[in-house]
Design a protein. Structure first.
Length: 107
């Protein structure tokens, strides 16, 4: 939904749901930059676990979200939540497992 992709209120709700349901710890309130005209929004929040970011492209009916955590977390229902909050009809989730480096292996 292009209107949802231009709405800070909708993205604030999305960030709040991710943070609450995945039990993340934000270090500050999310910050959002709204691009002029019919542009999209960039949002970011630092977490004690790392960060949550989004970029919306209403002119293309698209959004990208990045949740980076330094510890494994339970899966979040991205397709269902993004359909509910953004009107998404096609959601592609890519999970990249972080390889942990044993203590003493960092230089």
């Amino acid at each position: 939904d292009p209107d949802a992709l231009r709405s800070v209120a909708v993205l604030e709700q999305l960030f709040a749901r991710v943070i609450a349901e995945v039990q993340l710890k934000p270090l500050h309130d999310p910050a959002f930059h709204v691009f002029p005209g019919h542009g999209g929004i960039t949002g970011f929040v630092m977490l004690s676990e790392s960060h949550l970011a989004c970029h919306t492209f209403p002119e293309h009916g698209a959004a990208t979200l990045n949740l980076y955590c330094c510890r494994p977390r339970a899966a979040w229902p991205w397709p269902e939540r993004l359909a509910e909050l953004l009107g998404a009809s096609d959601v592609r989730v890519r999970v990249i497992e972080r390889d942990l480096v044993p203590a003493g292996m960092l230089s």
